[in-house]
Design a protein around this ligand. Structure first.
Ligand SMILES: CC(C)(COP(=O)(O)OP(=O)(O)OC[C@H]1O[C@@H](n2cnc3c(N)ncnc32)[C@H](O)[C@@H]1OP(=O)(O)O)[C@@H](O)C(=O)NCCC(=O)NCCS
Length: 207
């Protein structure tokens, strides 16, 4: 049975392959190879993912099936865009599942654990950015009660794209984790405190 747990540094290599592979699977049909390569070169490498795993401001969850990573989510606290009103915001920065596992409850499990982490951190608002041309992800987020509140520009390589900003107003208690996914024992180890530096500009959302 797939297991969701926090990522550890030895996961960095596999996480990089999963992250770049799922990003390419999701977006390459609608973008130029140049822009895809530009983005991937600057966002995916074992060193980058190792840094993200160790980043105290970020939580990386992975879903593992027989020692293979099949999905992941990255979460962080920080200043949201102006259209998100919250005192303790919580961003779902990335949520990706390997294509052969779509529609099988893995994404629901990752979302349920993300929401649980937001609750554990005392967050009052969960938010995310999603490309306007990603209808499956938008449908998925709507199923969890997310609604559109604004947009921002996400540069994919040299292409400025419109990402929809969504929040989940009725959080924090939505569909539970599907039985297909079990929770790793390390999931609720002490979390970093919510971080909000008063004079910091809004963080750049990722995809
Ligand atoms: C987005 C993602 C995490 C959702 O996980 P999933 O397992 O596919 O989710 P589900 O199947 O439960 O839900 C997707 C919904 O979209 C619907 N859907 C499927 N294809 C669709 C399409 N082309 N257009 C619109 N809706 C679509 C599904 O029918 C389903 O709704 P339903 O349960 O009411 O039928 C997963 O598809 C994924 O990893 N995609 C690639 C990465 C990605 O886009 N991540 C988000 C970046 S912001």
């Amino acid at each position: 049975m797939p297991l969701i747990r926090k990522a550890k540094t030895p996961d960095a290599g596999q996480l990089t392959k999963l992250a770049e592979g799922t990003f390419r699977d999701t977006f390459e049909a609608m973008n130029t190879p140049e822009n895809m390569n530009l983005h991937c070169e600057t966002h995916y490498s074992e060193e980058i993912q190792a840094r993200e795993i160790l980043d105290p401001e970020m939580t990386t969850l992975v879903c593992e099936q027989q020692e293979e990573l099949i999905g992941y989510a990255q979460l962080r606290c920080g200043e949201p865009p102006p259209c998100v009103h919250a005192t303790r915001p919580f961003e779902i920065l990335r949520l990706y599942v390997a294509r052969e596992w779509h529609g099988k409850g893995i994404a629901q499990g990752l979302m349920a654990e993300s929401i649980a982490l937001a609750e554990a951190q005392g967050s009052d608002q969960i938010w995310l950015g999603v490309w306007e041309r990603n209808p499956r992800a938008i449908s998925f987020y709507k199923k969890f009660g997310f609604v559109e509140v604004g947009d921002h520009v996400f540069p994919l390589g040299t292409d400025p794209q419109r990402d929809i900003i969504m929040v989940c107003p009725n959080k924090l208690s939505q569909p539970g984790a599907q039985p297909i996914v079990q929770r790793g024992r390390n999931l609720f180890e002490p979390l970093p405190p919510p971080h909000r530096a008063a004079s910091v500009a809004p963080v750049k959302s990722n995809r």
